[in-house]
Design a protein around this ligand. Structure first.
Ligand SMILES: Cc1ncc(C[n+]2csc(CCOP(=O)(O)OP(=O)(O)O)c2C)c(N)n1
Ligand SMILES: [Mg+2]
Length: 888
């Protein structure tokens, strides 16, 4: 009988030892690979016989690469150490000086101290700045280790002492240096914004996938390019950090290398005081299908481990938790001897020949160039899987009094004694004046270390990070190319979402833009009526389609192909945004302009992945975010968690995002066409957000002379039919149709003439008005200019009722320039499941509510009889005593 046993007792020690002896013999005679082969066969057989085997995702707490498999270090260790020490010095000096000078300005010493060797081995041996005429590796530097990246660029002569002097003084001195990697602030230097934890890992994964996408589509040549992401161990707690791991293994992204700087600490204290973060991450990455390389112990441990015949040293390594490992480094050699080695007499004996100081200096793997080099080499050579290197380091390494201590993250300044100890610790040779004043130091170019540094970078194709996008070559198709959208619709009428899909198809067939368009969809294509694109352009599948789709005999079948153009991302807005980021910055990283269209449920965009969008803007990302099924009342049935009435408010917070809320097909054509021109022809660093709705209605032909207004944000769509308008109605998206209906009701029932305006972008109108206002403010001696909103309205008279499917705050943005005339109707509050008619009535944005608001305002202005207004409310079915939808 098969019995489960939770406690395993050795029932036959004699038999056990025979099996173990047999294994020993196999290893001795056949080698470890043979042993591993046999064990795998045994495990297969055992499983087939129903024997329960533990699933193991962890290996022992020692280095993955055994010393006998290591390659000797190819570089000059002494010169590299000198370069690294100088980088350490300059990085420390930069932060410490600035904080002495400007107390509280911030910066980090401890993080770079822990990651310096991991960076330097990369800089000297691995990070390619180019591959022939192709761009080089993408390196995501741990954000708050930026002082080290600056310090190296200073040694390389790419940044000046003035730059370092102005670290975190971007506004008062020139040239300033931003705190962290921000392409927006240092566009020739930084490539990837990383400092918001979790952004780098997910962006790096999708970057590696996008690189393959471009290769598989034949848009860039295949190169050995790698994506390196240097990440904190605390950072791995972010859901974005680990959320897309299986994409990387599924896509066999062997161009991707994560290096996790496991210094065992985060900001407040240990990452896993009561456990071992490296083991936890190993299991998770193994489970997700990654190649895992642990770099735990430095070379000086090899000899101890070789003499550890009892296995007790490894046992001791395994039983200690990170909180203890942190204490060992915080408390020094004598403590380590007593508390770590002292637990077992056999283990204690292993360090008999070492002084306390030597015991204290036994290095961790992440500080040993030999171990790091071998891990990087194995990672670069590994095929078929992404690699994660788990490097054990020490936070604040080598910095007296802060090393491995809980407050180390916050340490910004070093006192004179600590500076002296730092110099001694890393044997930093400096001219005396430089050392005493904690000045920056770069040896003369003729020195051996500088010659070495430059030669290494020359071998690796130049310096990095560096961001140098070439001139764009895309010519925008003329507006006439989208004639389909400009001439008005015939029944059955489309929605703006459908009109957009038509435009996208035209763009994808256009010889200029066709191949550059990247449609990115998180499992919503059918929602937006985009399934027609599947067969025409193919869904990207790196391995091709391995099955015959059940709908293969249908016209619009689900076609996956290796060079498919559509990125069907599955249900991950974060992943899709990361793809959008890779595509929208391809002009800088691959020197090819790609035009992403990320099409998603508008509710799950800015609200859900806002920080990724912010980073996209920082990275000078270009492209289009398309918020489908937009509007709190236009998306019927779906209710509170689906109906979006606020993404436009959030979009307005991103400086480079131009947000539009178009009503008609031709507006979309004008906005997108001009967007391509501005971003890809004029090279402006901006991107677009457009709402798309799923309500079908007649799309009018484009009136004459409206393109400027569409782009600026407002134009008169329909003048009053009878008489000069005494009232102005603003509408956006499908609510524009409500405004038109209100115009008719007002004319027919109340003899009030009103003009109707389409407001395509309150956000853009406000920005322009603010720019003009600022100019006027700063030049009181010059005649004031008028903002576009004021010019556009011209002599249009009377109060203005603005209705939108978004929050009132969207329309309120232009209130300051409308002299108290503006009444806003919008969809503040939680959504409901019902149809459009009831939703618009509930949120008071239907035609009747617009009419009521107009009459009410006219009555208050003395231009309409209040008693008649009250009667009108009854006639229009307006309930005056219901709960405010904003709080309902
Ligand atoms: C999303 C986000 N949350 C919080 C922070 C603030 N923060 C900066 S560094 C840090 C701790 C980082 O710990 P770890 O990732 O282990 O990096 P280490 O400095 O230890 O290398 C925190 C919480 C941030 N930058 N981003
Ligand atoms: Mg950490």
């Amino acid at each position: 009988m098969h019995q489960k046993k939770s406690v395993r007792v050795d029932l036959d020690p004699q038999e056990t030892s025979e099996w173990l002896a047999a294994l020993d013999q196999v290893v001795d005679e056949g080698g470890p690979d043979r042993a591993s082969f046999l064990l795998e066969r045994l495990a297969e057989r055992a499983r087939a016989m129903g024997v329960e085997l533990p699933i193991q995702h962890n290996t022992p707490y020692i280095n993955t690469i055994p010393p006998e498999e290591e390659t000797p270090y190819p570089g000059d260790r002494a010169l590299e150490r000198r370069i690294k020490s100088l980088t350490r010095w300059n990085a420390m000096a930069m932060v410490s000086r600035q904080n002495k000078f400007d107390h509280g300005i911030g910066g980090h010493i401890a993080t770079y101290a822990s990651i310096a060797t991991l960076f330097e081995v990369g800089f000297n041996h691995f990070f390619h700045a180019s591959y022939g005429d192709q761009p080089g590796d993408c390196v995501y530097f741990q954000g708050h280790a930026s002082p080290g990246v600056y310090a190296r660029a200073f040694l390389e002569g790419r940044l000046t002492a003035e730059h370092l002097e102005n670290f975190r003084h971007e506004l008062r001195d020139h040239p300033g240096l931003p705190s962290y990697p921000h392409p927006w602030l240092l566009p020739g230097f930084w490539q990837f914004p990383t400092v918001s934890m979790g952004i780098a890992p997910i962006n790096a994964i999708y970057q590696a996938r996008f690189m393959r996408y471009l290769e598989n589509r034949g848009l860039i040549p295949e190169t050995p390019r790698k994506v390196w992401a240097f990440l904190g161990d605390g950072e791995m707690d972010e859901p974005e950090s680990m959320g897309s791991l299986t994409l990387a293994s599924r896509e066999k992204l062997d161009n991707l290398i994560f290096v996790i700087n496991a210094n065992l600490q985060r900001l407040d204290g240990p990452v896993r005081g009561n456990g071992k973060i490296i083991q936890e991450l190993e299991a998770a990455f193994h489970g997700a299908g990654w190649n895992v390389i642990k770099v735990l112990w430095g070379t000086d441990w090899d000899e101890l481990l070789a003499r550890d015949k009892s296995g007790l040293l490894v046992k001791r390594m395994e039983e200690c938790v990170d909180g203890e490992y942190q204490s060992f480094k915080a408390k020094g050699g004598a403590y380590i001897r007593k508390e770590f080695f002292g637990k077992y007499p056999e283990v204690l004996k292993l360090v008999d020949h070492l002084s306390d100081e030597q015991v204290g200096r036994l290095r961790r793997g992440g500080h040993d160039p030999q171990k790091i080099y071998n891990a990087y080499k194995a990672a670069v050579e590994h095929r078929g899987q992404p690699t994660v290197i788990l490097a054990k380091t020490i936070k604040g390494y080598g910095v007296a009094e802060i090393e491995a201590r809980n407050p180390t993250h916050q340490q910004k300044e070093l006192n004179d004694r600590a500076v002296q100890l730092f110099r001694q610790r890393f044997d930093i040779q400096l001219p005396e004046g430089v050392a005493n004043n904690v000045e920056f130091y770069r040896p003369p170019d003729s020195s051996p270390e500088m010659a070495y540094l430059h030669e290494r970078r020359r071998q690796l194709g130049g310096y990095l990070p560096e961001r140098k996008p070439p001139q764009s070559r895309i010519q925008t198709p003329p507006l006439e190319a989208f004639a389909d959208l400009l001439g008005g619709s015939k029944p059955p009428h489309p929605s703006t979402a459908m009109a957009f899909v038509r435009m996208l198809t035209v763009l994808m067939k256009n010889p200029e833009t066709g191949k550059r368009v990247v449609p990115i969809i998180p499992d919503e294509a059918r929602t937006f009526g985009m399934e027609s694109l599947f067969r025409q352009f193919g869904i990207y599948a790196s391995g091709g389609q391995l099955y015959k789709p059940h709908d293969a005999d249908m016209f619009l079948y689900y076609k996956e192909q290796k060079d498919g153009q559509i990125l069907e991302e599955g249900i991950t807005e974060a992943g899709s945004m990361a793809s959008c980021t890779a595509a929208g910055t391809a002009y800088a990283n691959y020197h090819i302009e790609m035009i992403p269209f990320f099409i998603y449920y508008s509710m799950f965009g800015f609200q859900r992945v806002g920080d990724l969008i912010w980073a996209f803007a920082d990275a000078r990302g270009k492209g289009f975010l398309m918020g489908g099924t937009a509007g709190r009342t236009t998306l019927s049935g779906e209710g509170l968690q689906h109906q979006d009435g606020h993404s436009l408010v959030l979009a307005s917070t991103v400086p480079t995002c131009a947000a539009y809320d178009p009503a008609y097909a031709y507006e979309i054509a004008v906005i997108v066409q001009d967007g391509i021109r501005r971003m890809y022809q004029e090279q402006e660093n901006r991107f677009y957000y457009l709402t798309l709705y799923n309500e079908n209605y007649a799309m009018p032909p484009m009136p004459e002379g409206v393109t400027e207004g569409i782009l600026q944000g407002i134009y008169r769509f329909k003048s009053a039919a009878n008489g000069k308008a005494k009232l102005q109605l603003f509408g956006s998206g499908p609510i524009l149709n409500e405004a038109v209906r209100a115009q008719e009701i007002l004319a027919e029932r109340y003899s009030i003439a009103a003009d109707v305006w389409s407001v395509t972008s309150y956000n853009e109108l406000r920005r322009e008005a603010l720019r003009v206002e600022r100019k006027n403010r700063l030049h009181p001696d010059q005649p004031p200019e008028q903002p576009y909103i004021v010019k556009a309205l011209g002599a249009a008279e009377g109060p203005i009722v603005a209705a939108t499917d978004y929050m009132k705050a969207v329309a309120d943005q232009v209130a300051p320039w409308l002299a108290g005339r503006l009444v806003t109707l919008g969809t503040d509050g939680f959504g409901r499941s019902d149809n459009r008619e009831f939703l618009r009535r509930h949120f008071e944005v239907n035609a009747e509510s617009i009419v009521a608001a107009a009459l009410s305002r006219l009555a208050r202005d003395g231009a309409f009889d209040p008693a008649k207004a009250r009667q009108a409310f009854t006639d229009l079915g307006i309930k005056t005593e219901t709960v405010d939808p904003a709080v309902a």
